[in-house]
Design a protein around this ligand. Sequence first.
Ligand code: NAD
Ligand code: MG
Length: 386
Amino acid sequence: MTKSISIFGATGSVGQSTLDLVRQHPDQYNIIALTANGNATQLAALAKEFSAQVAIVADDSAYAELKQQLSGTSIEAASGPEALIAAAALGADWTMAAIVGCAGLPPTLEALRCGKTVALANKEALVSAGALMITEARKAGATLLPVDSEHNAIFQALQGGRIDQVRKITLTASGGPFRTWTREQMANVTPEQAVAHPNWDMGAKISVDSATMMNKGLELIEAHHLFPVGLENIEILVHPQSVIHSMVEYRDRSTLAQLGSPDMRIPIANTLAWPDRMITNCEPLNLADIGRLDFELPDESRFPATRIARAAIMADGAKPAMLNAANEVAVAAFLNRAVQFLDITEIVTRLLDSYSPPEPSELADIFAIDKETRVRTEQLVEELKV
Ligand code: NAD
Ligand code: MG
């Protein structure tokens, strides 16, 4: 039996890794929708290779190019945010949510509302609208499978017990490229240095998040929504080799961990084949070669992002959505060389302290908070511009 699948963010790092797994098992999957932001050429090539039913670009200005590239095929071309939602509503058996940023929230939510299986890489959606997403998933009877390597590790370790038997969850963190650097050394890092992650090959935004450790802050919020064990029972441990992807300690003091080479195709494969396991050609883990595994506590004086994120989720209300939007804008400004590396967390802190919108109760509230935060953060960026 083949599984029908859709991939949102098909041209990105996670999207490509997903398609690589499909390439290894072509007879087991049929592709409904593939989406991209604006790269029509790359999307059209993938849509043709995988005989997708529809290909969607989020950016309307890329539509003509997509349409032209798909002419002579039976693949439908579409564009714009509404088309993304419509594609999610087609109800694939399995949907990969791998758009980067809060832009992925509407199609991800729509896919959950179909009540099928959603593999979630798009952590920003969960950070901004976690409660809403979990409620909608429950209501529709959808299955939400975590793709983020740490959360996928926890998901796998939780198959060894029940959530109410958990004493503690340990989220591991590589520490990023500047793990051993002083604040002074970090002051002048370039976007090129920040995106060069020591272990993982990822998109630019998440690579910068890893360098500031905001990625771990976002993941703390993500874990809090996915695994309700109490925020005080989720801790962060720096583990530079990225071999242990996270751990669950049960009340009997047994700790279960998931290990693997740092290759996103491994957690993606877990969600793609779930509840089965698929064969992959990923590198096997060779612990004798690695030799040793190191651990250290996070240093929040050099990397304040995890402290900021913890405070945001404890305050709850509008703060997590504000944190995410401010971080998205600040990271983009850093990548455009408008602000310095250390300004990213500084901007997020200032934004969070600058205003307090009322608690969101529906999706429209989240979008309003997201929009206003972006405008206000752009102003902060202007003030700090280098
Ligand atoms: P990426 O930048 O490589 O790819 C992003 C994808 O989203 C692309 O297909 C792009 O075209 C699309 N996109 C970008 N902006 C869009 C918009 N406004 N509207 C619609 N589509 C848009 O990113 P990535 O590294 O693949 O990360 C994707 C998501 O997965 C992120 O949320 C990230 O945090 C998460 N994640 C990634 C990794 C990784 O190893 N790359 C690991 C864990 C989690
Ligand atoms: Mg991760």
